[in-house]
Structures are given as C-alpha cells and as structure tokens.
Write a protein that binds this ligand. Structure first.
Ligand code: PLP
Length: 484
C-alpha cells in the first residue's frame, strides 16, 4: 500500500482555508520562519477518505473480530454510550466553565454526573470516595500509590517496600518503583495464588503495602485475601486492589468489604469504553476513609442547597494528577452503561463473564495444557508447551489465529507460565463465536502435529506478514514493509 505522501500530486487540493486578511507572517521573527513550504501531501478529499478508510479496514477491532485478549481485554462497547457521550450539552462544554462563578450554574448537569458516578463506583466497590482524574489504569495506580506514600509520611511511618505477586500486571511493580519503593515479589503456589507462607516471611515493619489483582491474571480468585489484608494491616501497610478488570466480581463481592484500602478501575475495560493504541482511558481511584484526605483535587462536592461545586479544600491532597476532571467523555460512557445495566444487569455481567471463560477453559484443555486446572473467573491461562515440543510456539498459534480472522489472545504473559496463552472471551460473546474460536484452536493443534513448519510463514492473509524481528530491531530504516 502506498503512503499518503506517495499519492501526492503537485497542486492538488482537497480543502483550502480562506486567505487571512491579516499579515500573520509579519508577526513572526525572520529567523523562525520556514524557508520552504511544509512537504504536506497534496491530495484530494477522495484521496484522503479512501486512504484512511483502507487503513482502518486493515485493523482488528471488536467491531470486526472476536477479541479474546486476556487481561487487557476489550470488553463490551455498546453503541448507545457513544450517543450519550455526543450529547451537545456535554460534548461542547468548556472545561474552564466551572472555575468561573457564573459558569458553575451552566455545568450543574456535568457536575452531577461526576458526583453520581462517584457514588455508583463507591456502591459497586465498597470504597468511601473516588477520584475521576486518572487517565488510565497505570495512572490510577500511580495516584493510589502516591496516596499510600502520603499516608505513611503523615503518620511518620518508615516504609521501604511494596509487595507484588509474580502474576502481577507489569504496571504494578513499575508504579511502585516510580513512587520510590523497592519491590518484593512473592511466588504463586501450586494453586496459582500467592504463596501464604512466603508472603508471611516477606512482610516486615517496612512494608508500605501490597498490590494485588484478585482474581489474578491467571483468572484465579484468592480466597485467603481477607487473611492477607489482616497480615498487611498488622504492620500498618496499605492494601491496593488492581481492579482493572472487575467483570468477574461485579455484584458478587466488593474490594472495600474484603479489606482493601485503595483501588483503581479501568472504565475502558470493564465499563464499556473502547480503547486501544494507548487511549483514551479512564482509571478512577477509590479509597476508604484512611486515604480520603490525600485524594487529588478537585473533588466534586454537594452543598446543602443541592448544588454541586468543585472543592479544592483538601489541604493534605497529593495535588493534581491530570488537567481538569479526567476524561469526561469516557466517564459519561461508563456512567450511561452502569445506569442502563443497573444492579441486576451488572450481576449478569459477572455471570456471563465467568461462565464463558469456564466454557472455553473446559473445552480447550483437551488439547492444550492448562496451567492451573481449577474453576476460573473471567479468564484462564493455557500453555502451548505440548505444541512447543513439536516446534510450534504460542506466538505461532497467535499468527495462525490472525489468518482465521480472530484477534490473538495475550501470549507470554503472565511470565510465571511458560508459553502462556491467556484467554478472556468476555461476557458478551455467543456460544457460536466461542465454538468457532475453539475449533480454530483445535485446528492449530492438528496442524502442529501434521505440518509444524507451516506456522513459521504465518500470517499469510495480512498486508504485512511476519517481520524478520531481528532485522526490524537492528535496521529500522530499511524499506522492509514498503513492498509488501
Ligand atoms: C490493563 C491493566 C492495567 C493497566 O491499565 P492501563 O489503562 O493499560 O494503564 C493494570 N492492571 C491490570 C490487571 C490490567 O489488566
């Protein structure tokens, strides 16, 4: 496929701005002026539309393909939430309006959404307050761990370590390190959950806190988590819940009731917002009373007369984590989704998420090695170890699936399982879709017995086939992709 620059024809125009009758160039000092025009492609409107439409059709997306990506899943992205986010009264609000005395009146609806959203998230998770500011899951973790640090500082605690299990998402240890803590890792036991005896040895007076995902990235729920909370609290440590994926526990249990002090939620996973390519996301952070004083400002509070306002009066706040109030349009989508589903609807979500994941797990285990053979929650982790013995690795199976019009599952994560293939079907896929996926996986297994060498040339149907990864890393400027 040609680059848009290669489609350029001198003098061709799709759109022209009206000439300015002010000589703006004269305002720019000579030394900063361009000597030549920018080498923009010169193309017509049709050229632009066709070019980008063609590119968009080369994408894998939830709107076009089954997407069983474990952990960082695209869950359900209903279209009605797009309509809500596009409502003019929300979409065209100026973010500085609420800062003006007269402006506050004009944004009562938006503030009410933020306020009500906060109370819904508190109800769902058992936390006392939520900030909507963080712009992603990892950003939420940063916010939470900064509050943890503020708590220890205020209490004069000398803390050095944050404990994370070996199955943790990579952002957990990365966050703890950025805030300045050292990481202590705990291995999984034979059941795929944190080894309690090892944990006991790791907890000391210098433990600042523990970060866990539960169910963890193996899709396994750790039912000792309340005991773990007691052990961590005994040294005045903080329990952090990575709630990026809440679809397994919605309406079943609440991190706040189990003993967690702080958590984030990825609205762009669990609550209907599409994501990809780095954003936009939203990672609200909830805290219990212990950490409320440290929440970022501003918070949306309500006056006795029922009006809403931005409250900056949190003297111990960790400050701003993002400009304005978070990704408001993402919050709107999630809000609309939660209100539409209601309590019973959210329970249905966890019903289906867990049922679907167990269906795939039970069927695939005939042919693929299952890392931990027990009931899973929203996802399960297989290993391609049997296929690898025939020379076909997890990455080869991924490429095979692309040719079957299926987005590959997450592979090589978690690191604690070798040749791992992590599968999350999500709550909204039908049995027919899952059966088609299972059949494709069985066919991959069959092919690995008969013609393992075929895999190394896959995918065969995509515009770019398998790159030479070594060459791509060493020699980035080659024309490697241009003729494909
Ligand atoms: C996706 C995910 C994160 C990070 O969220 P981002 O929005 O990608 O920063 C953290 N933990 C878990 C378990 C996740 O699945």
């Amino acid at each position: 496929m040609q680059l848009i620059f290669e489609k350029s024809v001198e003098g061709r125009r799709g759109f022209e701005n009206p000439r300015s009758d002010v000589d703006l160039i004269a305002e720019i000092p000579v030394e900063y002026r361009r000597e030549k025009d920018c080498p923009f492609p010169e193309v017509s409107e049709l050229d632009v539309v066709r070019h980008f439409t063609a590119l968009s059709q080369r994408n894998f997306s939830v709107d076009t393909h089954f997407y069983p990506l474990g952990s960082c899943t695209m869950k359900y992205n209903p279209k009605f939430t797009e309509t809500v986010a596009a409502v003019e009264g929300f979409a065209n609000l100026h973010p500085l309006l609420p800062q003006l005395k007269q402006g506050e009146k004009l944004v009562q609806g938006a503030l009410e959404v933020l306020y009500h959203m906060e109370s819904l998230l508190c109800e769902i998770t058992g936390m006392d307050r939520f900030t909507m500011q963080p712009l992603a899951g990892a950003h939420g973790e940063l916010t939470g761990v900064m509050m943890m640090a503020a708590y220890h500082k205020a209490k004069g605690n000398k803390k050095k370590y944050i404990i994370v299990p070996d199955s943790a998402h990579g952002t957990n240890p990365a966050t703890a390190a950025i805030v300045g803590y050292e990481i202590v890792s705990v291995n999984s036991d034979g059941n795929g959950v944190m080894d309690l005896n090892e944990l006991k040895e790791r907890i000391t007076d210098e433990t600042a806190g523990l970060m866990v995902t539960d169910p963890n990235t193996l899709g396994i729920f750790n039912s000792d988590v309340d005991k773990i909370a007691e052990m961590v609290h005994a040294v005045d440590g903080i329990m952090y819940y990575d709630g990026a994926n809440l679809n397994a526990i919605l309406g079943r249990c609440r991190p706040g009731d189990i003993g967690f002090d702080v958590m984030h939620i990825n609205l762009h996973k669990t609550f209907s917002t599409p994501h990809g390519g780095g954003g936009p996301g939203s990672g609200p952070v909830g805290v219990n009373a212990k950490l409320v004083p440290y929440l970022p400002v501003s918070m949306v509070d309500r006056r006795d007369d029922g009006t809403y306002y931005l409250n900056y009066d949190y003297p111990e706040s960790i400050g701003y984590l993002a400009s304005f109030y978070g990704n408001f349009s993402i919050l709107l989508r999630a809000y609309a989704y939660i209100v539409m589903a209601g309590g019973e609807g959210l329970k249905e979500v966890s019903n289906h998420a867990v049922l679907n994941a167990n269906y795939i797990k039970d069927r695939l285990k005939e042919r693929f090695h299952l890392a931990y053979d027990r009931i899973c929650m929203h996802e399960s982790v297989f290993s391609a170890s049997k296929q690898a013995d025939r020379g076909v690795h997890a990455v080869d199976i991924s490429k095979y699936l692309i040719d079957q019009n299926i987005h590959p599952p997450t592979v090589y994560f978690p690191l604690s399982v070798k040749e791992s293939i992590m599968i999350e079907p999500t709550e909204t896929e039908s049995k027919q879709t899952m059966d088609r996926f299972i059949e494709a996986m069985f066919n991959a297994d069959e092919l690995s017995r008969k013609q393992p060498e075929v895999f190394h040339g896959l995918p065969a149907t995509t515009p770019v086939t398998r790159p030479d990864e070594v060459k791509a890393a060493r020699d980035i400027n080659t024309n490697y992709f241009q003729n494909t």
